[in-house]
Ligand binder design. Structure first.
Ligand code: NAP
Length: 285
């Protein structure tokens, strides 16, 4: 299995011929369904979305042309792959509702934060395949970072399907479930860390007289560009940093200020604090 998946051709994907259902048509449900359509991985007729909000259903039908219904069970009946995309507090009543309709040959993909595979699996009487995902908000703009873990009844085929779906909204990597709390503390919470850094750099430039809008665009593009360099060159970030750090120059002066303030240790502490909180919240600690 490739570590990073980037499917584009309908013919070459594990999703060919699959009917995909999404329970919950909110922000993430919409992002996933829209991503699958945008990448041409699935036709609208093979996509089903259920939601309790009739306005959402109407919106999704008009915008994406997919099948919509208020009945979760109808989606589970129709689909080969079922995405669980409701809020955590709704998940277990929803699983109770759909479990009698679930079939062992289906793949259940949960993006619900904090719900463990074991908790989900225990709601089904049969050995259904469950794949758990930790996505992040940039999935909403097709630039997400997702980690996926397979349950004990999920085989390679189920995992391939989940990887193919999530590749439609960004990068996706498999990890053991025990690592999902760390993923939560890294890329799940990561967008907020990046916004905070971005704001700090913007304030720094505004303090020195640069207009705020100009500073925001320059540093946001710098972050996106640096990330692209890391992903596309595959080089160690330290090497990329050294490439822009002239001896006695401007960059090393800026880097010294960051190191003196303990920037690197703070980032490590941030991941540790968020991971600990995720473990507390999901009861894995
Ligand atoms: N947003 C993110 O970036 C992100 C990141 C990581 C993980 N997640 C996870 O993704 C999941 C979905 O998040 P979201 O941001 O997409 O939430 P959301 O926008 O609130 O979407 C959930 C949708 O499900 C609907 N719903 C509620 N009860 C339902 C039921 N019984 N059957 C069917 N649909 C029902 C909600 O309707 P109402 O609004 O009317 O209740 C809403 O439209 C969450 O579990 C979250 O933990 C999200």
């Amino acid at each position: 299995m490739d570590a990073l998946i980037n499917y584009t051709e309908e013919q070459s994907t594990p999703l060919k011929g699959q009917v995909i259902g999404c329970l919950g048509g909110g922000a993430m449900g919409e992002a996933l369904v829209a991503g699958l359509l945008r990448e041409g991985l699935v036709k609208p007729a093979a996509l089903y979305v259920s939601d309790i909000n009739p306005d959402r259903l109407e919106y999704l039908r008009n915008k994406l042309g997919v099948n919509v219904t208020a009945a979760n069970i109808d989606v589970v009946k129709a689909a080969d792959i079922v995405i669980l995309a409701v809020k955590p507090q709704v998940l277990f009543p929803l699983l109770e509702e759909i479990s009698p309709t679930a079939r062992v040959e289906q793949t259940f993909i949960s993006i619900v934060a904090g719900a463990t595979i074991e908790q989900i699996q225990s709601c089904f009487k049969d050995r259904v395949s469950v794949v758990r995902v930790m996505p992040n908000t940039p999935c909403l703009v097709g630039a997400g970072a997702c980690a996926v873990s397979a349950g004990k009844y999920a085989g390679d085929e189920n995992m391939e399907k989940a990887l193919a779906i999530l590749a439609a909204v960004g990068k996706v990597l498999p990890v053991p479930e025990a690592m999902l709390d760390v993923v939560t503390g890294l890329s799940g919470s990561g967008p907020a860390y990046m916004y905070l850094l971005l704001e700090g750099f913007v304030d720094g430039a505004v303090r020195l007289g640069l207009p705020r809008d100009t500073a925001r665009i320059l540093i946001a593009q710098t972050m996106a560009g640096a990330a692209k360099m890391v992903l596309e060159t595959g080089e160690h970030p330290g090497k990329l940093k050294d490439m822009v750090t002239t001896p006695g120059g401007t960059t090393i002066a800026g880097l010294f200020a960051l190191e003196e303030g303990g920037a690197r240790a703070l980032m490590m502490k941030a991941v540790a604090a968020a991971t600990a909180r995720s473990r507390e919240m999901s009861g894995t600690k």
